[in-house]
Design a protein around this ligand. Structure first.
Ligand SMILES: [Zn+2]
Length: 452
């Protein structure tokens, strides 16, 4: 990559490369950016001139900035777990230019407009990438959903079992149905953590340092039952529902049939379900603990099939860090450790490293992590290199390998199950609205539904 600064400037920025990922795939293109927006996409050689010109090397690919719609920033309230500055730096370093923050683990949780405004105020001056917010649907806040929607949240998250934090309650089946009816009125989106409360209560209690006991405590059946309930509630109400972090491949068949029947359902999975496997998790390695859990190798391969056939729509991180003490690494007790995996900065490399061994093209990986989540959240100007879209871009070297050093990541706490793993796919530069992101000056904006 080299940069020259000519005198004339038809565009603020021009990026030229043999491999530019546009709607038709990787093409030799020149991209012209003015006012932070993509204004021209021409064949390489067209000679667009810009105040700044970036020439990509043949091994570099220009991709749309990734969109990660599942990030727990935790600020305010649990800022020692993660915060807007650290999370958005990590995002930028990973080629992610938009995150949408989850309504829980921060205090207050985003369950009314006042809490949303509190979060926005905290995030405003320390965002290195663009930040949107999900609202929360909890028992008793049905009257807050419409005001939150009007205030700009992109949709709502709910749980069907204990969320892990006391201040964010879970919905009973009747409450889920009632909230979906509220959302159907304004075509709002409900995101569901789909594990069934009763099924988990009947499962064995997790304890000790063997991963198997934790896996048995979060059986596939608990996910399957909950996803079936979400599908039927979406069918009855006509509302849009989104299954968060799909782990159980058993559910793919019913998701397939629900989609075929016109139920308004979308589904995400996460890098850890696609790259890791229960059989390979060492005793006491609680950095691998998350809910729903990482399952067996055969399950992982079926999730890949679900992605390839379109049953699963997108891949997002579910970045959910905590401080090291809460991971109970000294005892390695899977029963008491905080559940959550940190991976925000590494998502693209994790998924691409797995994809390439299965013959899946780089362009598909990028689509699952940019255009797809952007479409689900309704982020109309994000997720693609296209005329009129925000010039959110990343330069990636798919064949460049690196070894994960947790201490070198921007995540606030250096705990990740990917420590010491060799990954392919280095992000060498990230641009937000046509400006390269530097790590000293936050230029991210807060996004509201309908305006992004
Ligand atoms: Zn989550």
């Amino acid at each position: 990559m080299s940069t020259t600064v000519p005198q004339e400037h038809e565009y603020d920025l021009v990026v030229r490369g043999e491999r530019v990922l546009v709607a038709s795939g990787e093409q030799p293109r020149e991209v012209g950016v003015s006012g932070g927006v993509v204004r021209a996409i021409e064949p390489l050689g067209a000679g667009l001139d810009g105040a700044r010109v970036v020439e990509l090397a043949p091994h570099q690919v220009l991709i749309p900035g990734l969109v990660d719609t599942h990030v727990h920033v935790n600020e305010p309230g649990r800022t020692e777990w993660e915060g807007f500055a650290s999370a958005t730096r990590a995002a930028a370093a990973g080629g992610v230019t938009t995150i949408v923050d989850m309504p829980l683990n921060s205090i207050p949780p985003t369950v009314d407009v006042e809490a949303l405004e509190t979060k926005q105020k905290v995030a405003r001056d320390q965002a290195f990438v663009d930040v949107g917010f999900w609202g929360g649907a909890v028992p008793g806040n049905g009257d807050e959903l419409r005001p939150l929607w009007d205030a700009g949240v992109f949709g709502f998250k709910c749980f069907l079992l204990h969320s892990g934090v006391e201040e964010f309650g879970y919905l009973e089946p009747d409450e889920l149905e009632a909230d979906l009816r509220v959302l159907a009125d304004f075509d709002g989106l409900m995101l569901v953590h789909a594990e069934d409360s009763r099924a988990i209560e009947h499962a064995p209690t997790p304890h000790g340092d063997h991963y198997d006991t934790f896996l048995a405590s979060r059986p596939r059946g608990a996910e399957n039952v909950a996803i079936a309930a979400v599908i039927e509630a979406a069918r009855w109400t006509g509302a849009r529902a989104h299954v968060l972090h799909l782990s159980s491949s058993d559910a793919l068949a019913m998701i397939r049939s629900a989609k075929r029947e016109g139920v308004r359902l979308t589904v995400e999975t996460c890098p850890h379900y696609l790259a890791l496997a229960a059989e390979e998790i060492p005793d006491g390695a609680t950095q691998f603990k998350c809910c729903p859990p990482i399952r067996e190798i055969d399950n992982r391969e079926l999730l890949w099939e679900g992605l390839l056939d379109g049953t699963i729509d997108c891949i997002v991180s579910d970045h959910s860090p905590s401080t090291p003490d809460l991971k109970d690494l000294d005892t390695g007790d899977f029963g008491t450790a905080w559940g959550g995996v940190s991976s925000l900065q590494l998502g693209l490399a994790i998924v691409w490293t797995e994809a390439r061994t299965r013959g899946v093209p780089f362009a598909r990986v990028v689509e699952w992590m940019s255009a797809r989540p952007a479409a689900i959240a309704g982020l109309e100007r994000k997720g693609s290199i296209a005329l009129g879209h925000d010039a959110d871009l990343a330069v990636v070297e798919p064949d460049t390998a690196f070894v994960v050093d947790p201490k070198a990541l921007h995540h606030k706490n250096p705990i990740t199950p990917y420590a010491d793993r060799a990954l392919s796919g280095a992000v060498v530069a990230t641009y937000l609205r046509g400006e390269e992101i530097t790590y000293d000056r936050p230029t991210g904006r807060l996004l509201s539904r309908g305006e992004a």
